[in-house]
Design a protein around this ligand. Sequence first.
Ligand code: UDP
Ligand code: MN
Length: 628
Amino acid sequence: MIRLYSYMFYLNITVYIVTFYFMYLLMSNYKASSGIHFKKQLRDTNQIPVSKLRSSTPLQNEVERDLKERKSNEFWVQNNIKGYSKIRSNDSSTDDLMYSMPVLKERDLNGPGEMGKAVIIDEKNLTTEQKILWKAGWDKNAFNQYVSDMISIERSLPDYRWPECKNITYENLPQVSVVIPFVNESWSTLLRTVHSVLNRSPPHLLKEVVLCDDASSMEHLGKPLDDYVALFEKVSVQRLKNRGGLINARILGFNHSTAPVVIFLDSHCEVTTGWLEPLLDRIKNDDKTIVTAVMDIINAEDFHVQTYNIEQTIPVGDLEWTMFFKWKQVPVGKPRIKPVKSATLIGCFIGVSRTFFKYIGMFDPGFFIWGGENLELSFKAWMCGGCVETVPCSHVGHVYKSRLPYAWNGQQEGSVIERNLLRLAEVWLDDYKEFFYQIVGPERVSEINAGNFSDRVALRQNLGCKNFSWYLQQAIPDVFLPSECHGWGPIKNQLYPDVCIDQNDNESNLKGSIIRGARCGKMMYQQQWYHCHNQTIRRKRACWVPTDKNTSIAFDFCNVEKQDFQWEYRNDNTIYSVYVQKCVEMQPDQKTIKLARCSDTTNQKWTWKRGPPPGPLPDWKKKHQLSN
Ligand code: UDP
Ligand code: MN
C-alpha cells in the first residue's frame, strides 16, 4: 500500500494539481486505504457456497483453448515454441520483430480485450449462472475474473513508449530471471503474465521465469499448472509447503533463479513491447540501482490498459508517514528517456541485480504476507550505497486490486501490515519513526509484536548504511515533516468530548470529502491533524478548505498561498476560518460539522495540542524549509 511536493510544484502548481488529481483518479490505490487501523473489508460475508460456483478447476476447457490457440499461432513458431515442443534454450535470436509483439495479423484484433481495449459487459444481461461466476470472480480476486477469462492469455497491446525509446540499441545486456509469486491467482491473469513475458522478452535475455506458489489452495494451480508450464523450458514452478507470504515466496523464487538480474513481478501483470532492455541497461551500468517500470493500469473492472500521459511528468514512488505507498508526479528527465530517481518502489515490479539484492540482505524474511517490503528494499537501496529509479522507456501493466483478498491465520491484514511496518520503522527510520507512531497511536504501537529483528539491525550496521535523515535529504528533500508544524493530534470537541474531527472518507479520496465528526480513535490516522505553515490544517498533502457555500469544510490539495486554506486555532479554543470569518461548530448529531458565526458556545471549542509534535527537524530542513 504514499508524496510530498516536488520543487516543480512550487513553480507550476496548476500542472501539479491537475496531474496529481489525475493520478489519484487513475490509481485510487487501495493500499492507501489499507493498513494501520484500517482493516480492509474482508470478503463479502454473503459469499456464495462453493458448490454453486464453477468448479475450482474450471480450466480444463480453458487450458485446451489456450493450447489450441497457441498451436495455431504462427508467432509461437517464430518465438521458438514449435507446437508443443519446448523453447530452445540456446536461442540467440535478436530480431526485434520476432519477439517484440505477437504477430498482429495473426490475431483477431476485435477479440475481447485485444490491443488493451476494455471488455464492456452489462451485468444486467448476464444469466443467473453467469452472474454467480461474475460475483465469485470478484470475491476471489478483487478484480473482475469473469472479464479476464474472456481475454486471450496472449492478447495484443499497443506499444506505449515514446518514439525515441524505440530507436535505442542496447548491447551486451545481462540476462534476467523473472520471479512471479502467486497465491490463488486466477488462471487467466497468471498465464497472461507469463505469456506476456515470454512473448515480449528477447529470448537471449530471458533466462527463466520462476513461478512461486505461496501454498495456493485452488486446484488449477496444482497439477494443471505443472502440466502447462512443462511445455516451456524456461518456465518452472516452485512451491512453498506452507503459506509464507509474498516476501518468502519471492525469496524462494530468487534462490531458485540464476540470472545476474532478477525482476519480481506480480502474478497479474502484462509487460509491453520493449519493456526489458532499458531496465537491464540501467542495471548493467550501475548494479546498485534498483529499477522499476512505468506501471500502467490494467483496469480491475474491464481490463483495459490505461497508460500515463508522461509527456511532462512521470510517476515515481513517494513517502508518507502512514508508510503507505503513494505516487508522486515529478518532471520527466532530460533527455526524457533518462531514468528518474524514485524515493520508493511500488511492490508489484522490482528489478535488481542479484549481487546487490544479496548484499543488502534481500527482503526481511520476518515480514508476513504482504506490505512494507517495497519500502524496506527502497530504504536499504538508498541508504546502503544504491538508489531507486523509474525507467520511462519500460511500460508494464498491473491489475490494481480493489482490496486485499488475503487473510493470515485468521488475522485480518491490518495487523500483519502493522507488524511489518513496525519492523520497518524500528530498523530503518531512526528518530523519524516517531512520525509514523504518532499516526498509529502509542497504545497501538505497544500492542503490536514485531518479533525479533536484531539481525536486521546488525545487517544495517555491518553494511555501514547511512541514516534516515540522509535518505530523506537525498531522495525527498521536500518531504513533509510534522515537526515543522505548530499544532497536532486529534481535534476533540469540548461539548462532545468523545467526538473527533475525522477525514471521513477513503484514504485514497483526498479531494472533495467533507470533514465530519466521528468517535475518537475509530481510525486514528484519519483523525491526526497538523496545523502547519501559513495556518493550513492538513493530513498528508490535503488541507481543510471551506466548501463553496462556506457552510462546511472540505478536504482538498493544499494550496498554502490561498487565504481560504488558512485557519487560526485561537486562544479561546475556537478554530476560525480567516477567509470566511466563521468558526468550526459541531452539530448536535455529533457528525455534521458546520462553519457558523462565532459565538461563545462549547460546541465551537476544540481541544487540540499546541506546539510542534515530537520528532526530528534536521538542519538541512531548517535551512531549505519550503513553505508547504
Ligand atoms: N502474494 C503471495 N502471497 C501472499 C500475498 C500475495 O504470493 O500472501 C502474491 C500475489 O499473488 C501477487 C503478489 O504477491 O502476485 C502481490 O500481491 P497483490 O497483487 O495482492 O498486492 P498488490 O499488487 O495489490 O499490492
Ligand atoms: Mn498486484
